[in-house]
Design a protein around this ligand. Sequence first.
Ligand SMILES: Cc1ncc(COP(=O)(O)O)c(C=O)c1O
Length: 412
Amino acid sequence: MPGPGLELIGQEEIDQVVDVLRSGHVARYGDDNDPTFLAKVQQLEREISVRSSVRHAVAVNSGTSALWLIMASLGIGPGDEVIVPGFTFIASISAVVHVRARPVLAEIDESLNLDPRDVESRITPRTRAILAVHMLGNPARLAELHAIAQRHGLWLIEDCAQAFGASYRGRPVGSIGVAGALSFNIFKTITCGDGGMLITDDGDLYERAFALHDQGHLPLRKGVEMGRRALLGLNFRMTELSGAVLLAQLRKLDRIRDHLRAQKALFKSRVAELPGIRFRDLPDPKGDLATFLTVFFPSEEIARRVATKLETRVAADSGWHIYNHMEHLLGLRMATDKGCPFNCPSYFSEPPDYRAGMLPRTDAITARTLNIGIGVDDPNLGAAFGVTMHDGPEEVEERAARFIEVAGPLLR
Ligand SMILES: Cc1ncc(COP(=O)(O)O)c(C=O)c1O
């Protein structure tokens, strides 16, 4: 079972979907005066914006779309650079590329998120934004990244796809930067199969994002509002069916988080005594979503031997999350070979030089990293070993004992 929300799909989600199907209104728009129109997507947007402490939310069909919309709405485009971590899901990078801007890869540190000092060293006159990705359920070093963004006049954007339900110094993720992107794919905290959400406190950004996601229209249009469309958009709308599933899932979010936190605390306490291992740095331990327990081994060799025995893999071997394995990025492969962002003589004299091994600290850290799944079973994140949402303390005890049995002899 990939993520915690998926494991909890039950009667509540079924009832919500049946309501929508019975109503006959399966798209996000309907007549507000028609009592059979249930407006689930609008309700979801309201509930998620309240929960996230921001004024606005735009429901979309994926987290990738939400990221693209944020950057497009900010006017980021050809000639611009966006700083992204080398350890992230490919979408954080491809969203930059598809607004025709250039991703600039930066190192992570032992928080497994962006290293602020490295970010600052990569700022150029072309930099427009820093994309802080909250990997594996834990917020990046937002205070430092926010200060850097302010100092250099840049946007701080939050990729919260893996961290909906986490917070940083008491504030929900996505409410600290100019905007945040959520994902509801099957590996995420809550899910509807595929879906996403853009959250922001910025009214102008909201209007632009809404227009871009719905063929140029103003928010919550009442029909085809001729003469009032601000810009040319596309269609990334969420359906009522997805909205309905997510409303039921949203009501389970606190339960999911409490369960994950308790399970992770127990797992960590059991393996903490192993000599030579360390845990990931958490910039705000209280805000951890707790979907993973990350262990650093003293050497790559030990980490790989433990991973093999537990039938999982080290983070460096992920096929989705490590720049070294993004052959389409390293090969500068776009659907067209004309123009931005890679071969873009109008703005850049040279194509970018992405190479395997170009982020040695990220490589060294991820090669020693094993992620134990606490609520997410994602072999690509190196979390094929662990517990899932339906497991309880007994399973944690059993898996922790297995971990000690495998890792213990190699650490002595
Ligand atoms: C960090 C991160 N960003 C963005 C995305 C993209 O989300 P989606 O799959 O909903 O497009 C994901 C999905 O796995 C992710 O993990």
